[in-house]
Design a protein around this ligand. Structure first.
Ligand code: DX5
Ligand code: ZN
Length: 226
């Protein structure tokens, strides 16, 4: 089944003091989602923002707000992100002992517009896709990290592509329309290769926000994604 390819720029390295303008530039460039990198300084060695930034973004864009929770004890916070306006919440497989119950909790959440919140699970580079074997039927999305999480601008890890190929094949045998997202070190130079591996949701931060032309780079990425 053909899933639409979607561009989800990460605002981690955006000019957050001009969030509204930055979001307008993403919309102008045809971005599909906004990827919000939530970090707690514990699960990853960086500290970014919480639900308050989701709330601010919600007021300034209609784009899908895709929250990537790189935090420990995500159980404690998923409802706050839903209330703040998240359309999709992705938790890390490595951040919880009880992934099945956490997935079900997120699936039961409604966001502030009363819409169902989509649930995703993210895998650090070294975590095998097989760890999701038993929860895969419940998931809307799997995020395959192509960098070790924590910072933008890192080097792409090529073996992430093997994981994507394997996961897409698995989803197809299940007849499941699974969004497969990849995150970290992706830009115009390698986006085609990432799409060819079976990924259909592209996260890109530095390549877009450090380009000097946010909207233009989104247009370029979208044209390369097909
Ligand atoms: C890393 C984050 C990525 C990152 C984007 O932990 O999850 O979303 O900000 O990566 P770059 O800047 O490499 O596109
Ligand atoms: Zn991310």
């Amino acid at each position: 089944m053909a899933l639409a390819n979607k561009l989800a720029p990460s605002i981690l390295n955006a000019d957050l003091a001009s969030l509204s303008d930055q979001l307008s530039a993403l919309e102008k460039g045809g971005a599909d989602w906004v990827h919000l990198d939530v970090m707690d300084g514990h699960f990853v060695p960086n500290l970014t923002f919480g639900p308050i930034l989701v709330e601010a973004a919600r007021k300034h864009t209609k784009l899908t707000l895709d929250c990537h929770l790189m935090i420990s004890n995500p159980e404690k916070y998923v409802a706050d992100f839903a209330r703040a306006g998240a359309d999709s919440i992705t938790v890390h497989q490595e951040a919880t002992l009880h992934l099945d119950s956490l997935v079900r909790v997120v699936k039961a959440l409604k966001n502030k517009d009363g819409r169902d919140v989509k649930v995703g699970v993210s895998l650090n580079p070294a975590t095998p896709i097989e760890t999701l074997e038993h929860v895969l039927p419940e998931l809307d999305l799997v995020l395959i990290m192509s960098v070790n999480p924590g910072f933008g601008g890192q080097k792409f890890i090529p073996y992430a592509l093997d994981k994507a190929r394997k996961l897409r094949a698995k989803a197809e045998t299940m007849g499941k329309a699974l969004d497969i997202q990849m995150d970290g070190g992706i830009g115009p130079k390698n986006v085609r290769e990432v799409i060819a591996s079976g990924v259909n949701v592209i996260v890109s931060g530095t390549a877009i926000f450090a380009s000097g032309d946010i909207a233009g780079t989104c247009v370029k990425m979208k044209s390369l994604m097909g």
